[in-house]
Design a protein around this ligand. Sequence first.
Ligand code: PLP
Length: 285
Amino acid sequence: MSIVYLNNSYIPMAEAKISPMDRGFLFGDGIYEVVPSYNGQMVGFAPHIDRMNNGLSAVGIELGWSHQQWKEVCDNLIEKNGSGNLALYLHVSRGADTKRFHAYPEDIEPTVFAFAFEIPPAPVPDKSKVVGYKVATHRDLRWERCQIKSTALLGNVMHFQHGYEQGANETLLYNERNELTEASACNAYIVKDGVVITPPVDNQILAGITRHILLDLLRKEGSIPVEERPVTMDEVFDADEVWVTSSSKEVVPVIEIDGQPVGDGNIGDVWLAAQTIYSAGKLNY
Ligand code: PLP
């Protein structure tokens, strides 16, 4: 996992250097993506790059790379780092400035960095092979632009740390109306009476690519109804099942929230059906 891409070069990680005046370093001024790849096959490459381009335009970083340019970087990283189970981390910062000044500088060259890191093998739809998450909860104290996949992740990091310090795998977040938003690094769902319910895409959550693929596959398959609507934390605590999703983890069942069992405390049948549908269809995205 040691060969990385930095500004047109493939070099060992130890040789990759950026300026301390890089606005990614000084301000967290950048956009990133994480694309999973199993045995050389990427999941959701096109929607991941579309989301990065949307993020770059939202913050006014002009990079202008085509999907093909990103594909070449990803393919090269896979080739240079072994094609096992990898996450491809793609990062664009606004670039290195000569001074520390908040306004966007003109004529600045973005810094493009990408590397690969190993992830666990793709989850299998088998209750005996998955470990359910125990999660904590916290009022969502991040900013109101959570749809932007910004490299400025301190809010998410602090929420993750809150759960981590209690031995939890994730932290579920809720807004001032006691409505579920997402988790610190995942989207969140409940299952009630066989219906999968997840908060709608808006400024309070990241529009997860796993979420997009999962909901699309479930709707096409048709046996599990899906609703996108606000979900209160009372509904979360009363749910039959709770899941979180992200690119490197796919669909993860949650078995305990703040020390309380979810449903009967076991991994649910709807999770099994959903992960089965996801595993079968994910490579079409
Ligand atoms: N929400 C947040 C805050 C995230 O950081 C992530 C992934 O990193 C997700 C949701 C899930 O997004 P995706 O499915 O695209 O990995």
